[in-house]
Design a protein around this ligand. Structure first.
Ligand SMILES: *[C@@H]1O[C@H](CO)[C@@H](O)[C@H](O)[C@H]1NC(C)=O
Ligand SMILES: *[C@@H]1O[C@H](CO)[C@@H](O)[C@H](O)[C@H]1NC(C)=O
Length: 983
């Protein structure tokens, strides 16, 4: 790496330390090494000279050196070694990871985002990959090509975008392996375990390796879990399968000593990596106060060892051997990595959420003088930039999720605006997956959302490339495109900040990873994408919302700014859809080139849609000029039906991880008897009795145009399975209502019966029964087994007769098949037609034909699944791994399907999920189809036909279609309530 690049990209902390060390390096280590080489003969003189020149110790009497003096002096010299790439690194011709026999690759006609100039540099031209490195960018000369002509793969990018491979700074790939069985992610042996190493548990058969590469991610930092304060050493791992197949062969620049390598005394050392954590995850070892004491004890131990080493070396290097007689060089195998932390040789990734935790660790860093490279999760980091700036050695990078906030108290104040606020405070922003918490295949989607909510495009792209690479000390090799870096490159089908951007090809170390799509013109990837999608999306402005978020410390009011019961006019509207008597109805679409229209709402209902003059005349308004003046410009946006969500505990809990904010556990008849007082054998209860209004997730969903929700009492844990089989009677409600007695707050009190079926999950949570027991129970209940005077008897009878939908959360195709058989059996015996729906259903494509034949509906709650739980691991990956997805297969077979989600935070973004499906289905998905996925299809499957209808809520979007990143909700109108809420 050239010194220019170095000074551009290192923080002031790094630079000053380098300078400090640089000075010592020039005098002492070189001399010491020289002395060591000629030890024995001229040692006296050397030592005398060293102590004279450094002036560290007054020159004293020269003493007789011991036999191991040479080794000791070399060891002492190594203490002054710097860390990071050598000066000549970027001049290398071949990567240490090069696989002999790999063709050179010439990518032509690309738009290249290099990552240079803080992510603002883009070039149009070519890239040559050779020897596992980027050999040239821009114009490739004939001479250079002549060299490799015989083993050259040529790829025409046809003007598409090329970026460096993505870098995920926070992953548990290989530790929590898909399909999920054993989780080996931390150590049970106390809060302080710096000696454990993620590499020692890295499972190479994780199905997520292939999936993650398919998302353009090429390097991840595999971190131990966050259940320990010092949780162990982390490693940078390249996701390519190697010939050797070992975890060791996947490491990016492993620290010396790990794989038998020795440091070269002329060369700087390589960075090491360590995971630390604070906060509630450590509660098994005590309180926050205990945890910080555990840190201080550990670092105090390391500090003493370091001091002993320094004292020892000062004496050795001054030739005071008599004083060292009988004393070994002080070191500790257990604590050596912490000593390296104190020597500035370790990049720490620190899991830390709340202000109190961040402040604790910043104090700790100043007390012991070490730097934390990155804070992770860090839900409140955006609220305390000044604390971050007080970190010893300069502010850390902050690695966060885009929208996955509020899942526990620690993350309650997390915000979609955090990336932008951090960037405004000059804190480096990293978007991370915490795979498998977020499927790392969709790491880029985190950056896309950060961009949607205000992070500038160059920083959004940097947040998953150069910024994490720098935070890991690896930006001499990864995270940017420049001559000499590793040949990790992604060719995209659209601009990487566009929703649904998918790689056409991914190279790691110059080796193409997507075998089926070597040519960008082949198969489905990118096919339906217009040229417009090669540009950065024009995202809406959120400056007011962002300021309010900061002002209210992450909990800004989510209520509308204004309620309008009078006339509201929207102008410059390009499209109007609404619910009609027979489903969705297109009221207006401006033709290309045509001006947008006007929508006049009176008491929340549409009074007129059309051209301006016509609407105002029709209105017969005398105050025409007045209306014109107050018309709200939607800038080519849309008005559409309020969307609906199903599948998460929206409205029945505030915070996923905080029991005190929830309804509480259901009685599970499979593990204990339901109390007699309920008087119901299966404990079938009603979600309507558990409703909580004004939860942040519900209000956020409302504000994002998702105005209806159906919730049951069932819940699927993030990494676990369903928790209970019988999950109550669901209810449908308005997400924006004030309380249950508010006008029209409850839309349909009892909506459907819900069950959750599945195999036991590896985290130990389970429904408490075998799959066969679950099905036997359902058979019995549907065959009139219980007294219809009990709730269980009554509602299961209705389900068997088909007068209430039976919604079963199930992912595995085999369980679905058993349920289809059961349905046929019941219908045959009772002469009925049941209304059966599978939610989840990530293996539904396997049975699409049979599901269609049985007239069973599907609600995809994870439309982009990870092959995680065994039930449902046979996913249809979709582009670029397969042409088809579960959605496209269901569509092909005529199955009625809809979209849902499993977690409360996801409800606000259902429109992006639909948009993603649009990108994959191309012209098979028009706007009517997309709206139906989150309105009428969902209503149909949940038995809600006619319950919302023409008086359904309407949502106004500024800037574009609801299904892309260019629009933003500005108003929700309710004809039923006679009001327009303006946000
Ligand atoms: C990159 O960003 C940093 C921090 O905002 C700034 O100090 C620096 O000048 C920028 N460099 C370039 C080349 O824009
Ligand atoms: C390597 O390059 C040669 C010559 O261009 C070509 O015939 C061959 O198919 C390439 N091999 C691979 C694996 O792409």
């Amino acid at each position: 790496m050239s010194s220019k690049v170095l000074s551009d990209s290192t923080t002031s902390y790094d630079t000053s330390r380098r300078e400090r060390r640089g000075r010592t390096l020039r005098t002492r280590p070189i001399l010491s090494t020289f002395c060591a080489v000629i030890a024995g003969v001229t040692l006296f003189a050397c030592n005398y000279y060293v102590s004279k020149t450094t002036g560290d110790i007054p020159s004293q009497r020269i003493q007789q050196p011991p036999f191991n003096a040479q080794r000791v002096l070399a060891q002492c010299a190594s203490l002054k070694a710097t860390v990071g790439p050598s000066e000549s690194f970027s001049k290398r011709n071949v990567s240490d990871r090069f696989e002999p026999g790999t063709n050179a690759t010439w990518i032509r006609n690309a738009r290249i985002w290099t990552g240079a100039e803080n992510g603002t540099e883009t070039l149009i031209g070519d890239i040559l990959l050779k020897g596992g490195i980027v050999k040239r960018i821009g114009h490739i000369s004939d001479d250079l090509l002549e060299d490799v002509r015989r083993n050259l793969t040529v790829v025409d990018a046809e003007g598409a975008w090329v970026t460096p491979g993505l870098v995920d700074l926070h992953s548990h790939l290989g530790l929590i392996s898909a399909p999920f069985m054993k989780f080996e992610v931390g150590s049970p042996h106390g809060p302080i375990v710096p000696w454990v190493r993620s590499i020692d548990g890295l499972h190479t058969h994780d199905d997520a390796f292939e999936q993650t590469v398919a998302g353009g991610v090429t390097t991840v930092q595999v971190l131990p879990g966050s259940g320990n304060a010092i949780g162990g050493q982390a490693f940078m791992v390249k996701l390519r399968k190697t010939k050797e197949r070992s975890p060791t062969s996947m490491l990016l620049e492993p620290p010396y000593g790990l794989n038998g390598s020795e440091p070269d005394s002329d060369q700087p050392l390589r960075w090491r990596h360590l995971k630390q954590a604070c906060g509630e995850n450590l509660s098994k070892w005590g309180t926050r106060m205990d945890a910080i004491w555990a840190f201080r004890q550990a670092y105090d131990t390391a500090r003493k060892i370091k001091q002993d080493q320094d004292d020892y070396c000062l004496k050795a290097e001054s030739g005071l051997w008599t004083e060292l007689k009988g004393k070994d060089y002080p070191e500790s195998f257990q604590w050596e990595v912490l000593v390296d932390v104190l020597r500035g040789r370790v990049k720490i990734a620190h899991h830390c959420y709340e202000e109190v935790d961040l402040d604790d660790i910043v104090r700790l860093s100043n007390e012991f003088k070490f730097h934390v490279a990155s804070f992770h999760h860090a839900s409140e980091a955006w609220l305390v930039p000044d604390v971050l700036k007080r970190m010893f050695g300069g502010p850390p990078a902050v690695a966060i999720f885009a929208s996955n906030h509020g899942y526990k108290r620690e993350s309650y104040r997390g915000s979609v605006f955090a990336p932008r606020v951090l960037a405004d405070n000059a804190i480096p922003v990293v978007m991370k997956s915490d795979h498998p918490v977020i499927n790392s295949r969709y790491l880029l989607h985190e950056a896309q959302q950060a961009h949607y909510y205000g992070l500038p495009p160059h920083l959004a792209l940097s947040s998953v490339t150069s910024t994490p690479a720098h935070a890991a000390g690896m930006n001499h090799r990864i995270g940017r495109l420049a001559e000499g870096v590793d040949a990790d490159v992604v060719l995209w089908d659209s601009h990487p900040l566009q929703l649904g951007a998918t790689p056409r090809q991914v190279w790691i170390d110059g080796i193409p990873q997507l075998t089926s799509t070597a040519s960008p013109s082949s198969i489905l990837v990118g096919k339906p994408k217009s040229w417009k999608m090669q540009d950065i999306p024009h995202v809406p402005k959120f400056s007011k919302e962002r300021k309010a978020a900061v002002k209210y410390e992450g909990l800004p009011p989510l209520q509308p700014k204004k309620l309008e019961r009078d006339t509201v006019v929207f102008k410059n509207v390009r499209q109007v859809w609404m619910r009609g008597e027979l489903g969705l109805r297109e009221r207006w679409t401006a033709r290309p080139g045509q001006e947008g229209g006007i929508v006049v709402l009176k008491k929340g209902a549409i009074a007129c849609v059309g051209k301006e003059d016509w609407c105002f005349d029709f209105d017969g308004a005398t105050d025409r000029e007045q209306l014109k003046k107050k018309a709200i410009d939607l800038h080519g946006g849309a008005v559409g039906p309020g969307m609906m969500t199903f599948g998460s505990p929206l409205g029945v809990e505030e915070i996923d991880g905080e029991a005190s904010t929830q309804d509480g556990a259901l009685y599970n008849p499979f593990t204990r008897n339901v109390p007699n007082a309920i008087g119901d054998p299966a404990g079938l209860v009603r979600a309507v009795d558990a409703l909580q209004f004004q939860t942040r997730y519900a209000l956020n969903a409302h504000k994002s145009g998702v105005t209806y929700a159906t919730s049951s009492l069932g819940k699927v844990k993030v990494l676990g399975g369903p928790q209970n089989i019988i999950s109550g009677l669901s209810t449908t409600f308005r997400t924006g209502s004030a309380h249950a007695l508010d006008t029209h707050a409850i839309v349909k009190e009892i909506t459907a019966i819900h069950l959750m079926f599945g195999r036991s999950d590896p985290l130990g949570g389970s429904t408490g029964a075998s799959v066969s027991t679950e099905i036997a129970t359902l058979r019995r209940l549907l065959l009139d087994a219980e007294d219809p005077k009990t709730d269980t008897g009554k509602w299961f009878q209705k389900a068997a007769e088909g007068s209430i939908p039976l919604i079963i959360h199930v992912n595995g195709a085999d369980i679905m098949a058993a349920l289809l058989r059961l349905k046929a059996e019941i219908e045959d015996k009772r002469g009925s037609q049941m209304r059966l729906v599978f939610s989840g259903a990530s293996e539904a494509h396997i049975l699409a034909k049979q599901i269609a034949g049985a007239k069973v509906g599907i609600i995809l709650t994870t439309p982009r699944p990870l092959p995680g739980p065994w039930d449902g691991h046979r996913i249809l990956s979709g582009p670029p791994l397969t042409n088809n997805t579960t959605a496209s297969t269901l569509l092909e077979h005529g199955v009625t399907f809809a979209l849902g989600c499993l977690q409360g935070y996801e409800a606000a973004h259902v429109r992006f999920e639909a948009g993603w499906i649009a990108r994959e289905l191309g012209d098979r998905a028009d706007d009517e189809f997309l709206y139906a996925l989150v309105t009428t299809n969902l209503e149909k499957l949940l038995g809600m036909e006619g319950w919302i209808g023409e008086e359904g809520d309407l949502v106004a979007y500024d800037g574009g279609s609801p299904f892309d990143f260019e629009s933003k909700v500005v108003a929700v109108a309710s004809p039923k309530k006679g009001v327009v809420e303006l946000f």
